[in-house]
Design a protein around this ligand. Structure first.
Ligand code: GRF
Length: 225
């Protein structure tokens, strides 16, 4: 199949809150900027803002409640049923605040991406902006990576880099980094949709060559503050 006649990549996007990354990806799909379609948005709790944003964009938006599930196994079983019902090519974690089991990561190996608000491997886990400030880092950013069993540990495809300014608060830094997340996440999905980015047995390939180190973009010119 030639690049021009590729079928749109079918996406399932998982959220836990505001859903600004989900909205950026969905809008890029609707605008034809990426050859993909959001089949479903799934939240792990009811009533989060991202669900109504998704519905306003005409997307099927569902809740698979973590709280009602009982335990992680039951939650993940319900989650994969909801995902698989939509037959997505790619599962996109976008501010999804649940730690997934190695079995879940394995089930979707090579078909699941996450965005993390740090320059991985720095600051896996929570409070990344605070930790960058505490370390007096001169720069900070976000990383789009494939999900593996290791938390925030899968191969990174693309990073955005922004400066840390003197006097920045956590919220300043979060705003600056998030503006770049909305650029790099659609970009990585488009690389997959074009068939330029591929996963093979734990290794990432770009344009037929191994991607040995993440691509990095200085996006300071695109930040709002
Ligand atoms: C983003 O900063 C992302 O890096 C992190 O959670 C936040 C989600 O924001 N994983 P939103 O829900 O996409 O607005």
């Amino acid at each position: 199949m030639s690049a021009g006649s590729r079928a749109p990549l079918q996406l399932a996007i998982l959220i836990s809150g505001r859903g600004s990354n989900m909205a950026a990806i969905a809008r890029a799909c609707l605008a034809g900027l990426i050859n993909a379609r959001v089949n479903v948005v799934i939240a792990d709790r009811p009533g989060v803002a991202g669900l109504s944003t998704a519905r306003d964009l005409g997307i099927d938006a569902q809740t698979v409640s973590w709280q009602n599930a009982g335990d992680r196994e039951a939650f993940e079983r319900a989650l994969s049923e909801a995902i698989d019902a939509h037959q997505p090519d790619l599962i996109v974690l976008a501010g999804f605040m649940r730690i997934l089991s190695p079995q879940f990561a394995e089930r979707y190996a090579g078909r699941m991406l996450n965005i993390h608000p740090s320059l991985l491997p720095k600051y896996r886990g929570l409070h990344t902006h605070r930790r960058a400030l505490e370390a007096s880092d001169a720069e900070h950013g976000a990383s789009v990576h494939f999900v593996t069993a290791e938390l925030d540990g899968g191969p990174v495809v693309l990073q955005s880099r922004v400066p840390v300014h003197p006097g920045d608060t956590e919220s300043d830094l979060a705003t600056r980094v998030q503006a770049t997340e909305h650029i790099i996440y659609p970009r990585v999905i488009e690389l997959l949709a074009q068939g330029r980015l591929a996963w093979d047995e734990g290794h990432v390939w770009l344009d037929g060559k191994p991607l040995d180190a993440p691509m990095v973009e200085d996006l300071s010119a695109h930040t709002r503050n």
